[in-house]
Design a protein around this ligand. Sequence first.
Ligand SMILES: [Zn+2]
Ligand SMILES: [Zn+2]
Length: 279
Amino acid sequence: MKSDGHTHTEYCFHGSREATEEFVIRAIELGFDSYSFTEHPPLPGEFKKLLPYSNQTVDAIAMKEKDLDQYIKEMHHLKNKYKDKILLKVGLEVDFLPEHISWTRNLLNDYGPYLDDSLLSLHFLRGVDGYRCVDLNPEDFKEGLIDFYGSYDDVVFEYFRVMDEQIKVDLGPFKPKRIGHFTLYQIFQRKFFETSYSHSNIALQKFNQLFQLIKDGNYSLDFNMAGFHKPHCLESYPAESIANLCLSLGIDMIYGSDSHSVKDVGRGYGFFEKMTAAK
Ligand SMILES: [Zn+2]
Ligand SMILES: [Zn+2]
């Protein structure tokens, strides 16, 4: 069963805005049996006020509230249209926002019945002047997060602290069972280090603890290929050695292209196959 568990659509304003149907056609061409739409749902208005970015940047992070119903409707339409060719799953990449737990629970309770497959991702940390995206650009990572916490290690320490909360939090019966790009903090690693950050002591210590929580909670991980294509990352999320650790613990690793444009569909699938073969 060839599946993609993490993809974006024309409802993503930092993506290519190509028609979602084009992504689907490409997935069929590449022989995918199943393909999950996991678009960024709207962010709470109160949270957006805490992002110290231009309106244009904030608006591109996630869809507007008014688009969500239309998104769900359209994805279900495609699911039905292509049902004989590919299993399309309708989902969301839900953000974990520690200060907006009930807002998120309400969103999931309202839309959960219409969702087949979703992700829970951590894209934001508290930082200079409010909250900062972990993945905006290296300068923002430095000024907004490293300078706020004191060091790269301290940013990662905070990321893991919030991740711990994310795994344990009660978001109701529709809480996603898969964690998106578990090591997203590595996105700009080569701006700050000569090699991969995966082997740092702080990371290795926390991994064991968090993987146990993931296993006990029956969560799976998005084995996300986007990092290979980020010039300062050049690795999957999580990286090969960490993925091997997950696999040896029996954690389910689901391939995710994290496609934001049609050309991304299927990227890194060969690597995923090699990693998960005979495991
Ligand atoms: Zn995105
Ligand atoms: Zn993401």
